[in-house]
Design a protein around this ligand. Structure first.
Ligand code: ACO
Length: 435
């Protein structure tokens, strides 16, 4: 098979097996995978397929939500640079932007905030469900189970083709994820659950549900609530990553969105994805002191991929992750309130050495969003097991918007990749006694 010429709008392929040539249209820098099916070596041949493990070079959808240029380190939501959004907006404004495509005006923002605020309560039975987990259950495991269980409380969520019902499920999920997360944390600490407080903002209320003790009214530290807002903005969406692809795949079978979010949370849980922020803290604690950084870097280099510098490298960014830059800046605001996290010194030294080292430079390995986020969460008093849970709260907005975009896209169908079969040819079984 020979690919002869690629013009602006078509690709000419000559199949050397048959001598036939084919013109495949090029649109938005892609050819359609199904166009390859017409390339056959014989009448019985099912046609050419693309072999692309881990979808390294396959666009599975069109999307108008998030734009990333990994080489230049650019991230935009609906066209707005992430830096501008993080500087000037609240998380809920950005959530509205992701959903509607435009930033809210004052009246729209008020109504959107009211809807989210009034959907934060959980059915009391969820508390009983939560009580069933062991005291040391990982909060991510609790989150996966309880958000999936919510689908049984809202059977109307199955009306996925009804726009009003979809909107209600979006309010419910964005509003209830912080409550589920906070309850999971309180359960692990043996503390009574703290109910939502409607006088507070989204992130202030989350801090209230996490940290309220005996005081009548919890007064969140404004700098910490703002830092959390920024961290949530940075994590809100990231186009077709592992967990979002799972959300779309589950949603494509027309399952309800609570079940699909449970699946997306499970994908996020892994240490190569949302679980990396937890792994960064373990790594920094293992290094222990700044003077041991060079030895650790040496071990990573000699490990040739066996041992990784967690929080470094990204499938898409081959430049400094723009989110990591913003997080590094807000760390100072947090530390001014909480006092410096001693692990910061080790992280800064790691970054400095890695960015100058040929091994990392050659492979274009830069700090990603998870490198500094955990240090901030830890300074706020959160245990490492909660880090991925915080990521899941913010990413729920992205999952919901991507899910709805998939449902409304007339080109989408149930997700069903193909395979290259490598097992035995047809054979016939022998009776049990003769095997
Ligand atoms: N430390 C050391 N070496 C690394 C690292 C790292 N963190 N990441 C990649 N490499 C090396 C690999 O060993 C490989 O080297 P080689 O060419 O000599 O074999 C090369 O860089 C390319 O690595 P791949 O694994 O092919 O890159 P891929 O794009 O598949 O992986 C990933 C991306 C999974 C994020 C990887 O960089 C990694 O494991 N990083 C650490 C975990 C992490 O921080 N994950 C969070 C990602 S952000 C998020 O999900 C929110």
């Amino acid at each position: 098979m020979e690919i002869e010429t690629a013009t602006l709008d078509k690709l000419k392929i000559v199949d050397e097996r048959t001598g036939k040539s084919y013109d495949l249209p090029i649109e938005n820098g892609t050819i359609r995978g199904t166009d390859l099916k017409k390339i056959k070596s014989s009448a019985e041949d099912p046609g050419l397929m693309v072999y692309d493990p881990a979808y390294m070079n396959t666009a599975a959808c069109r999307s108008a939500i998030t734009f990333i240029d990994g080489d230049k380190g650019i991230l935009q939501y609906r066209g707005y640079p992430i830096e501008e959004l993080a500087e000037s907006c609240t998380f809920l404004e950005v959530a509205y932007l992701l959903l509607h495509g435009e930033l809210p005006g004052e009246a729209e923002n008020e109504e959107w905030t009211r809807q989210i605020t009034y959907h934060t309560m959980l059915h009391e039975s969820i508390k009983k469900f939560m009580d069933g987990f062991a005291y040391d259950a990982h909060p991510m495991g609790i989150l996966v189970a309880t958000v999936g269980a919510l689908s049984t409380f809202y059977p109307d969520a199955r009306n996925i083709h009804d726009e009003a019902s979809r909107r209600t499920q979006i309010y419910r999920l964005v509003a209830k994820m912080p409550t589920l997360a906070a309850f999971a944390y309180r359960h692990s600490r043996g503390l009574p659950y703290a109910y939502p407080d409607n006088d507070l903002t989204y992130t202030q209320n989350f801090l209230n549900m996490l940290f309220k003790m005996t005081e009548v009214k919890y007064r969140p530290e404004p700098a910490l609530a703002r830092a959390l807002d920024v961290l949530f903005i940075l994590h809100a969406d990231h186009e077709q990553n592992c967990s979002t692809s799972v959300m779309r795949a589950i949603g494509s079978s027309h399952a309800d969105p609570f079940s699909a979010v449970a699946g997306a949370c499970a994908a996020l849980y892994g240490p190569l994805h949302g679980g990396a922020n937890e792994a960064v803290l373990k790594m920094l604690a293992e290094i222990g002191t700044k003077d041991r950084v060079p030895a650790f870097i040496k071990e990573v280099k000699e490990g040739h991929g066996e041992k990784r510098l967690m929080g470094f490298g990204h499938r898409i960014y081959k430049n400094y992750d723009p989110r990591a830059k913003i997080i590094k800046r807000i760390a100072d605001d947090v530390f001014a309130v909480t006092g410096k996290n001693p692990l910061l010194e080790i992280a800064l030294e790691l970054e400095k050495i890695a960015l100058e080292d040929e091994y990392f430079v050659k492979r274009k390995l830069y700090p990603n969003v998870d490198f500094y986020s955990g240090i901030i969460y830890q300074a706020m008093g959160l245990p490492t097991s909660m880090f991925t849970v915080l990521f899941a709260i913010a990413r729920t907005m992205g999952w919901m918007v991507q899910w709805e975009e998939m449902l409304l896209d007339p080109e989408q169908k149930i997700a069903r990749p193909r395979q290259v079969y490598t097992g035995p040819g047809e054979r016939h079984l022998a009776p049990l006694a003769k095997r």
